[in-house]
Ligand binder design. Sequence first.
Ligand code: 5GP
Ligand code: MG
Length: 482
Amino acid sequence: MHSGPREKCGVVGVALDDRAAARPLYYALYALQHRGQESAGIVTHDGFQQHDHVGMGLVGDAFDEADLDGLNGSVGIGHVRYPTAGSVDTSCAQPFSVSFKSGSLGLSHNGNLVNTADVRDALAAQGHAFTSDGDTEVIAHDLARNLLDGDLVRAVRRTMDRIHGSYALTIMHDDTVVGVRDPEGNRPLCIGELPDGYVIASESAAIDTLDGELVRDVRPGELVVLEADGSGYETYQLVERDRTAHCFFEHVYFARPDSVIDGSLVYETRRDLGRALWEESGVDTDVVMPVPDSGRAFATGYAEASQDSGADVEFAEGLMKNRYVGRTFIMPTQDARERAVRLKLNPIRSTVEGRTVTLIDDSIVRGTTSNQLVDLLRDAGAEEVHLRIGAPPITAPCYMGIDMATREELIAAGEDVADVESTVGADSLAYLSVDAVAAALTESRADLCLGCVTGEYPYDIDGETTDRDVRRPGVDTAPADD
Ligand code: 5GP
Ligand code: MG
């Protein structure tokens, strides 16, 4: 069994006119692969019954031709799951699927509830048995229960009244596919139009892959119901809040640069963040080089802004990435993580040797990457190595679905920038300010989730402080009638 926290994942749902949904879902999951590499799954419905297949590993490993051929029906949902240390079996892979008295249910979840235990206890007291300790199963059971005496829209609203936290969901109830985004809009979710149907996905890059058009983001607190024949969709604003809590880290690191999230193209946001880095803490080195691939857009913006200011810092590729090494974050031990950085990145001597260098990465979490890369560049002959980071210092954990480690593991928790600078051994280190992040995202600070950099969360979390007037719903009573 896995524990709920730290799931950042990718979700998708499609409803098509005539075509089998399995392959479009498979392609969409490929487009969302960066959001999760531990497991992948698809659930479809053929009008009579539900079909599912879930496999471990990358999308390409999780399915073969026969698996896809067995997923009948022109509607379905899919999921890619982010690896969390310790969970290596399919028991917690998604979509989660159940059959119950009033039909079948499949559920894909990106995000993390912060009142899972409360809801699970309440449901257990009503006779529900759980096979995992994850939050997705809790949502599925609560929804199944609400579907017993309500229509889908009412059931989803009741469940939303009970769960607290972040969730972007694609759900299949019999042959109806819906998308739901939590009331604060913490995780991304968008709607796309296909030549023969509609799609709901975590990121618009998945819509592009299917030759579709991005229609718009799903609004915070909104339910989108796709017509089973792919002819259209209906939307219901089920919960309304006066503030959002969009995750800034989606824009800084997690999402693909070619995706549009909450109206902004991620690549352009990162470039603006790079420009802001120059404006806040630019240093006139010979070259600026990105940590590939996540630092590239930042370094581009940084070089451009330096040129606008007359300093003319040259953009250079100074590190070559071995694209066959997985994300270093998934390594269970510090030793393995350090080894992985060396496996993954190697300096290009000619661009580094005898030069002063600004190295740009999107973020520092444990400090493993920066520490090693500063050494690596010095070994390759860099005269100076200045580190610039496209996010503020990460000083607190994420409870909303990004794997951000504990305070003890975070290099910037309880340390000031000078301490981190000497730990990683850079000639200078500067992070971006929170205000610059908000400006680049063209959102007010008040509408962002900045928990991991401020330590104040937009949700009511045990042992943490909140930055707003939020209360967990009471879950020990039967859901209120509507
Ligand atoms: P660190 O090495 O400081 O622990 O992690 C920072 C590096 O990991 C940066 O290069 C950043 O691009 C990347 N990173 C930041 N957040 C995440 C994450 O949630 N998952 C993964 N796989 N990498 C991350
Ligand atoms: Mg990186």
